[in-house]
Design a protein around this ligand. Sequence first.
Ligand SMILES: *[C@@H]1O[C@H](CO)[C@@H](O)[C@H](O)[C@H]1NC(C)=O
Ligand SMILES: *[C@@H]1O[C@H](CO)[C@@H](O)[C@H](O)[C@H]1NC(C)=O
Ligand SMILES: *[C@@H]1O[C@H](CO)[C@@H](O)[C@H](O)[C@H]1NC(C)=O
Length: 765
Amino acid sequence: MKKYTPITLSAQCILLFLLISYQRHLSTASENAANKMYIVYMGERKHSDPSLVVDSHHNVLATVLGTSKETAADSIIYHYKHGFSGFATRLTDSQAKIMAEMPGVVDVIPKRVHKVHTTRSWDYLGLSFSHATKNPYANSNMGDGIIVGVIDSGIVPESKSFHDQGLGPIPSRWKGECVVGDQFKSTHCNRKLIGARWFAKGAEDEINTTAAIEYFSPRDAVGHGTHTASTAVGSLVHDVSFKGLALGTVRGGAPRARLAVYKACWNLPGNAGACPTVDQLKAVDEAIHDGVDVLSLSISGDRTTIDPLDIMLLHAVAKGITVICSAGNDGPRLNTVVHIVPWIITVAASTMDRSFPSPIMLGNNRTIMGQSVFTGNKETGFIDLGCPSDFSDASTCNCEDIVPDSRMKGKVVLCFASTSDLQIANVNQGLGNIVSSGAVGAIIAIYRSQLISCYEWQCITVDYELGAQILSYTQSSRKPMVKLNPTKTLVGKPVSTKIADFSSRGPSMLSPGILKPDVAAPGVNVLAAYVPTKEKSFQSFAFDSGTSMACPHVSGIVALLKVLHPNWSPAAIRSALATTASATDPSGETVFTIEDPQTVANPFHFGSGIVNPNRAADPGLIYDMGMTDYVHYLCSMGYSKSYSRSTVCPSKKPSILNLNLPSITIPNLRGSVTVTRTVTNVGPVDSIYVASIEHPLGVKVGVKPPELAFNSTVKTLSFTVTLSSNHKAIGGYYFGRLSWSDGIHKVTSPISVRTEIIPSYTDGA
Ligand SMILES: *[C@@H]1O[C@H](CO)[C@@H](O)[C@H](O)[C@H]1NC(C)=O
Ligand SMILES: *[C@@H]1O[C@H](CO)[C@@H](O)[C@H](O)[C@H]1NC(C)=O
Ligand SMILES: *[C@@H]1O[C@H](CO)[C@@H](O)[C@H](O)[C@H]1NC(C)=O
């Protein structure tokens, strides 16, 4: 078949039309079978009346398909018509090319599939609603009145975390709905769960309820959506524990905020939590229509381009909705962070001050502390211990190589898990083989900070170093033995905070001048609501780990901030969270990384630091931003036309370094550079702030003016920061801080600088 070369439109319209009709005659069933789902994005809505928006979609599609408007209408999968204009449909590759040239079409985006990215955490963060003096959230009413939208795998509506006891009526401005479906009735919504919608069209061809449980309704089959939603806004549920561990009250950050669930992630066979972009965009569009205040997305993204999802989220931000996303689980490699745009709050994952120590006593009377969440055990007494190679034909001690073997029966097996994330499934497969062989337990030496999913069975994780010590004992002892003891919960100071190794790291691959992630929050072993376990009880709670679990912590805090500061922009909220975040944990200890306990966490690990909700309520100064700034960012990145065809960029590319971010990141300092920032006083009217600097190694930092005086007429002031370096060679990044203080507030921005080779060095003989 002839290849169609795209031609620029307007005068060629009729020719185009004929050509397409011609092509359609030629198209065969096989070409139709190759049709792919596309999103045709048409920018901002041109009409306030959704029916006119829909009509414009039918027109453009009818032209491209060469059909009647009615036929075109039938082939539209979704209309996006509230937050922005566009539609999802199936097109051949050549139709997609023609579509991209149609008037009004901003972008034609092929369907992609993202992935969904686990309560001690609130006490850890110091968030309380008590009416004690100086508690900033005493009058936040626990977030009542704020509507948090969660785009994820749906919800288990019966979970106790979504009860509506004591809540007033649904806010009258709410325009959302409770959409029914499989095992989901309108009565499943209440004054807590005020909206529930589901969007399956991007996934329905692959959903196979025989192979993987799924519901064509807002009901969650995966657990991820229930977990994230209950972390953000779960109602108070007392005395929850996981089989006696972590006993306490489980609650979300904003227990009285209202919840709107948008299910766009599906349980596909072998791919739990798959989120087709066509469904996600529909969720964003409807959430904007419904009137959410906060959008929480624990969903993956792309690190090499600005993701279409992130572009559409700008429409939400334009409406004043604060958007929070997870940074990704691709750490500890650098440059892995996603959701890198400046209008999104991107969250990294840290541990908290809780651990589940599980004593392992070796036959030589030495006790080693492992971690486990299995509590079914009593003290075992001494049992034979060995590697897979001691009890089977396996030739190594690797967890991945384990095959079932009856010789493991009644023993404890020590194995070493691969360092690669991709191998985790194989590790679990290996563990499955240990279980099926009738072993009593397993000790897994693992690099990742996550507890492996063996809650139903006795497996204990240790780090590689401890694993090596146990191995050396088994090799030196004639009859190696081990005694396993019940797990305990430890909270408080003995366990210091670390950034999770899986948490994706900056700098952003695409725009290293913008610090990402923004902040960190607890994301390791978080206990929250989940899908019912075997016992079929709807009071299920489970541990889970990931930046997915960190993100809704910030979403909950944002809901509370919105009660206290209803007029703050999304950028102001982000600034408040960032400038008050802390490089130390709540007990004042330095934060390190899990993968290397000697490495102090830096801005590429945790952005500005661990969120501090209490300080964020009263930040003193904010670095604000608006749509103009975001559009300038898109202009600098060469993406302005992917948001709106009519975007007018300034003739000179705006410098990304001057975006009014609450951080300063210079990826390629040559000699010296000056950046400008503007701060708005949101604290006491008459305040004087003085700058202080922690210099990055070898970099001079000058602030002008060094003092900012605010009064009733002066609310906003600008200052410049000049950074200069005398480094002789390109190096890694060096980190420092700029802080403004009035004696009460401390407004801190991380500084990250990498220097480039200075010419005289390379030019010299
Ligand atoms: C659905 O899954 C079952 C069980 O794995 C399989 O037998 C069946 O062929 C699948 N159906 C389709 C339509 O793929
Ligand atoms: C371990 O401790 C027990 C009781 O204290 C003692 O009887 C035993 O000899 C010790 N074993 C070793 C190898 O030290
Ligand atoms: C506020 O400060 C500015 C600049 O110092 C000054 O010109 C102005 O008079 C002050 N306004 C009040 C009300 O004090």
